[in-house]
Design a protein around this ligand. Structure first.
Ligand SMILES: C[S@@+](CC[C@H](N)C(=O)[O-])C[C@H]1O[C@@H](n2cnc3c(N)ncnc32)[C@H](O)[C@@H]1O
Length: 247
């Protein structure tokens, strides 16, 4: 089983580094957010009549996804989960004007253990479950268990959307995708006039023992076999994807 406590995300410094620099090196991060918001408008805000729409943000970091969705719908009711106390502190600060939001410091592994012991504290009845760049830290079977957990916590008609890195089907493709990512980082740094240089990151990502990305097809098949519908990859650029499905 993967251990959050042994991962770099358990280090305060790593969380800070991500929060300060994610826009520089996460490939097309702003585009990912725009697609997330379009998805929210189309499938949730404009289709579901009930209010408030209930959101669950898994591996929320500083609440970046929840804050984007709030721009589309200030009435949402959000539950944010992260294994990192540092990240949750930042999320609470950013979202302090929403005292009804629930913040839970738990790892995904703990959520699954709690559920298996009949001690699930997340509650159910979510309309939208989102996650970004967090679930690839779990091993394949843990991912499948988390996808089932998500399905179990969604309302019928609700959606799961995962912004995530995936493993390419062939090593040669994976190698090019890393080059492609590095090229994007270089271009983005120039556009942002960034003094920092993160072109080394794709290689670091490859060698990082905390990353357990699975092939896109494995994950889409897992979602389908759990019962999700409208399962698809909604966006892809190298190893960066957005995929999900509807309950
Ligand atoms: C790359 S950050 C992304 C944060 C945020 N979703 C975003 O896109 O800005 C990954 C987040 O997942 C959290 N995380 C990683 N592994 C986790 C696990 N096993 N359980 C819970 N949270 C985890 C980290 O603490 C971190 O906040």
């Amino acid at each position: 089983m993967s251990k959050f406590e042994k991962s770099e995300w358990a280090e305060e410094g790593h969380a800070k580094q991500f929060l300060e620099n994610a826009d520089i090196y996460i490939l097309e991060r702003q585009r990912l957010f725009e697609i997330l918001k379009s998805f929210y408008r189309y499938f949730l805000r404009n289709k579901i009549n009930k209010r408030p729409i209930k959101l669950l943000d898994l591996g929320c970091g500083d609440g970046a996804l929840t804050r984007e969705i709030l721009k589309e719908d200030p009435e949402i009711e959000a539950t944010l989960v992260d294994g990192s106390a540092e990240m949750l502190k930042n999320a609470k600060e950013h979202l302090e004007s929403h005292p009804n939001f629930i913040f839970i410091e738990k790892t995904f592994q703990e959520l699954l253990e709690d559920e298996s012991r009949g001690n699930d504290i997340i509650g159910d009845g979510f309309d939208f479950v989102v996650s970004s760049l967090a679930i690839h830290h779990l091993h394949t079977e843990e991912k499948k268990s988390l996808f089932s957990y998500i399905y179990g916590h969604l309302n019928f008609g609700g959606f799961f959307l995962n912004i995530e890195t995936v493993k390419a089907p062939e090593d040669e493709l994976e190698s090019w995708y890393r080059v492609l990512w590095g090229e994007w980082i270089r271009e983005n740094q120039e556009n942002m006039d960034s003094p920092a240089n993160f072109e080394y990151l794709p290689e670091k990502y490859k060698n990082n023992p905390d990353n357990h990305a699975d092939a896109l097809n494995t994950q889409l098949n897992a979602l389908e076999s759990i019962g999700f519908q409208q399962v698809d990859c909604y966006y892809k650029y190298g190893i960066f994807t957005i995929f999900g499905g509807k309950k």
